[in-house]
Design a protein around this ligand. Structure first.
Ligand SMILES: *Cc1c(COP(=O)(O)O)cnc(C)c1O
Length: 227
């Protein structure tokens, strides 16, 4: 299957899910995760019509963005060390992994209040030890603190569901993130509109969309895995 075939199929699936659950399919953005593939393969995704590319490593973003340019929006989806912020800050439009104040502080310092960065606060809904992100009860106080960093715009929440055989088991996790997102959006914080949900990957994006995902991060099912 070419990337174009995969993209067409995923888009058709998203359209049918959205119709079934009564959502506008325009509200779902597909982020093609290119961390397992070459720059050439990422170019195929752009040619197929993908508008968002995601990488989880600083080197991955630097390398691909240098050859592919900014015809697409770049998403940083992995954990980010504060000392590496300066390397990616000029390349990215979205940060999906804001999980601590020291990172917010560094981003804010680099942007010098001249610009804002659209960020998702990463939440560890499942509470698995191995997952990064804040525990659900920490999210609201954390977001309140973020008002001290004017360059941070909290557009939403992000989570990674645990890998399970039966992906129906991820549904409660997505539901919980949606509830949390709504409870924050309700506060009407200027620095944290929190209207978006980054959730769902190759194996569980169908369920994530049923539960309200607005950004799905799809690697393997879209561009494949060359590693
Ligand atoms: C790798 C990765 C993805 C995509 O994973 P696939 O299963 O290949 O779709 C999504 N989100 C994050 C944070 C990732 O690191």
């Amino acid at each position: 299957m070419t990337v174009k075939d995969n993209f067409d199929q995923i888009q058709a699936e998203i359209a049918s899910i959205c119709e079934r659950v009564g959502r506008d399919s325009q509200s779902v953005h597909i982020v093609a995760v290119t961390k397992y593939v070459s720059t050439e393969r990422a170019q195929e995704a752009i040619d197929a019509g993908v508008n968002h590319l995601g990488e989880n490593r600083v080197e991955g973003i630097e390398e691909k963005r240098e050859s592919l340019g900014d015809v697409v929006s770049w998403h940083f989806i992995g954990s980010l060390q504060s000392k590496k912020v300066k390397k990616v800050i000029d390349h990215i439009t979205y940060l999906h992994s804001l999980d601590r104040l020291s990172l917010a502080k560094e981003v804010d310092k680099r942007l010098e209040g001249k610009q804002t960065l659209d960020c998702f606060v990463q939440v560890n809904v499942s509470g698995e030890e191995s997952k990064s992100g804040l525990h659900p009860q920490e999210v609201l106080p954390f977001i309140e603190e973020l008002s001290n960093y004017p360059s941070i715009n909290v557009i939403g929440l992000m989570t990674m569901a645990p890998f399970v055989e039966d992906n129906e088991q991820t549904r409660p996790i997505f539901k919980k993130l949606k509830q949390l997102q709504l409870s924050i959006a309700e506060k009407g914080y200027k620095h944290a509109p929190c209207t978006e949900l980054s959730m769902g990957m190759s194996n569980d994006y169908h369920i994530a969309i049923e539960e309200g995902a607005t950004f799905v991060r799809i690697g393997t099912a879209l561009v494949g895995n060359e590693k």
